[in-house]
Structures are given as structure tokens and as C-alpha cells.
Design a protein around this ligand. Structure first.
Ligand code: OFO
Length: 179
């Protein structure tokens, strides 16, 4: 049986992952409305990924005899200054999620719940990858020239990245792998 404070902390992480999905969905919608179909596509795939992160934790908690709670969520921001601003926000959010996973890991090790700590290794590795990807996107936006139509030029690049991302998600089984 999972300890109460580990269960509470996993439920908090479930909320944060689902909120991540909603935040990226709002960003995708903004990008779609503002002439960035490639970036929108990338963000829509990111939305699906975050939902899978949430679902994995729901199943894990229920499988361990805990009770996953599906929470109410605050509305995400609906408008942004620019595309670089969107990706700055994505990076800030991913850094917050990395810190949150680390906190959860620390709770598990303090409680000697090494099974959950081991399960969280997947999330720790995933966060390294996600932060790296977003930093590289921000570097590319900067190189393309944030003020000189660079983000528009970058949009083709985003469309290609979204295709690769979607294919990787499908290969991993996507949501079907965790339902
Ligand atoms: Fe990118 O946040 Fe989930 O883990």
C-alpha cells in the first residue's frame, strides 16, 4: 500500500501534468490563430504528451492501491506577446515541472518508497529531454532573428519537428500504451 503523503504528492503531480497539457493546448490555439501552423502543430503534440504523463501517474497510483484524483484546473493564459514569448513560457514551465518531479522523488526516497522513486526515473529522463528541446527551439528562434520575421521563417521547421514528434509518439503507442 502506498503511503498517504506519497499518494498526495503523486496527486499533485497528476494535477500539474494535466495543467501542463491545458497550458500547451491554449498556446497551440493561440499559435493557430496567429499564423503559426507549424508551431501550433508542435504544441498540439506536446499537449498529447503531457496528457500521457498524467495518465501514467493515474494508472500507477491506482495500481499501487492508492486513489488518483482528477482535479479542477485554473484556466491557462489565452494570449501571448509573440512566438518567442510562448516558448520562453514553455521553458519556464518545464523547469517548474522538473523541480516538481525532483521534489516528488525526494518525498519518495525520504519515505523509503524506492518502487515509486524508480518509476519516477522515466519522468526525470523525460524532463532532461524536454528542457533540452525547448532551449534548442529558443536558440533557433534567436538565430532566425526574433524581430525580423524569424518566427515565421521558423514555422516550416516547427512543422517538420511536429511530424517527427507525432511519429515518435505514435511509435511509443501514444495514449493507447497507457490506457
Ligand atoms: Fe513536460 O512535463 Fe510532463 O513530465
Amino acid at each position: 500500500m502506498i503511503k498517504k503523503n506519497v499518494e498526495t504528492a503523486i496527486n499533485e503531480q497528476i494535477k500539474r501534468e494535466e495543467h501542463s497539457s491545458r497550458i500547451y493546448l491554449a498556446m497551440a490555439s493561440w499559435a493557430e490563430q496567429n499564423g503559426y501552423p507549424g508551431a501550433a502543430n508542435w504544441l498540439y503534440v506536446q499537449t498529447e504528451e503531457e496528457r500521457i504523463h498524467m495518465l501514467k501517474l493515474v494508472h500507477y497510483l491506482n495500481d499501487r492501491g492508492g486513489a488518483a484524483i482528477i482535479p479542477a484546473l485554473d484556466a491557462p493564459a489565452a494570449s501571448f506577446k509573440s512566438l518567442p514569448d510562448v516558448f520562453q513560457e514553455v521553458l519556464k514551465h518545464e523547469e517548474y515541472i522538473s523541480a516538481s518531479i525532483n521534489e516528488l522523488y525526494a518525498i519518495c526516497t525520504n519515505e523509503k518508497d524506492f518502487t515509486t522513486a524508480n518509476y519516477l526515473q522515466w519522468y526525470i529522463t523525460e524532463q532532461i529531454e524536454e528542457e533540452k528541446t525547448v532551449r534548442s527551439i529558443l536558440d533557433q528562434i534567436k538565430l532566425a532573428g526574433a524581430d525580423k520575421g524569424g518566427p515565421f521563417m521558423m514555422d516550416k521547421e516547427f512543422a517538420a519537428m511536429a511530424t517527427v514528434k507525432r511519429a515518435a509518439l505514435a511509435l511509443s503507442g501514444g495514449a493507447n500504451a497507457v490506457i
